[in-house]
Design a protein around this ligand. Structure first.
Ligand SMILES: [Cu+2]
Length: 183
């Protein structure tokens, strides 16, 4: 009776009937935060381009800096400052043509000798309007930043750091290279 037949163990086809219902476990995307919002794109309220300051002649007490400003929203340049090691103050200046003094230019009433024909002069202004998205350039012959009472000459190749103050955008520091001429 070599009957090694295994005992009738019924493997039970039912074993196949593994309940697949467990697969209902949802592998929800555990990512959570979708992604880091890339805000490294330099979302400065005001963009500055082509800053430069003119090399100052020996003995000059003032210097001038120029740049182009483009505001992300309606804004205005309302002030600027610089470290005392560079200059005592920074003023916003507008260049004007003197010589067209329209004040009572009647007959030679004695004051006619004050005409400085065609001479350029400049005057401080409180602010420069910066319309949204429109580049506003400070340049020779126009608006500029006047460095008053220089502590030392502006030397070619140097850099001065100006802090600009905007009505809406707050403050912004700008490294301004010193050059002989516009970039
Ligand atoms: Cu000036």
């Amino acid at each position: 009776m070599a009957n090694g037949s295994p005992p009738g163990r019924r493997p039970g086809a039912a074993a196949v009937a593994v309940v697949l219902a467990l697969l209902t476990v949802v592998l929800a995307g555990c990512g959570g935060a979708s992604d880091s919002q890339g805000d490294g794109g330099g979302s400065a309220p005001v963009a500055v381009s082509a800053p430069w300051a003119r090399t100052s002649p020996a003995g000059a007490s003032t210097g001038a800096a120029y740049l182009t400003l483009t505001a992300a929203q309606d804004d205005a340049l309302v002030g600027a400052s610089v470290d005392a090691s560079v200059a005592a103050a920074v003023q916003i200046h507008a260049t004007t043509m003197a010589g067209h003094d329209t004040a009572g230019h009647g007959s030679s009433s004695g004051s006619g000798s004050a005409t400085t024909t065609g001479a350029m002069s400049m005057k401080p202004v409180e602010r420069i309007e910066l319309p949204k998205g429109k580049p506003v350039t400070l340049e020779p012959g126009g608006y500029h930043l006047m460095l008053v009472d220089l502590a030392q000459p502006l030397r070619r190749g140097g850099t001065v750091t100006l802090t600009l103050r905007f009505a809406v955008g707050g403050e912004l520091s700008v490294g301004v290279p010193v050059r002989d001429n516009a970039p």
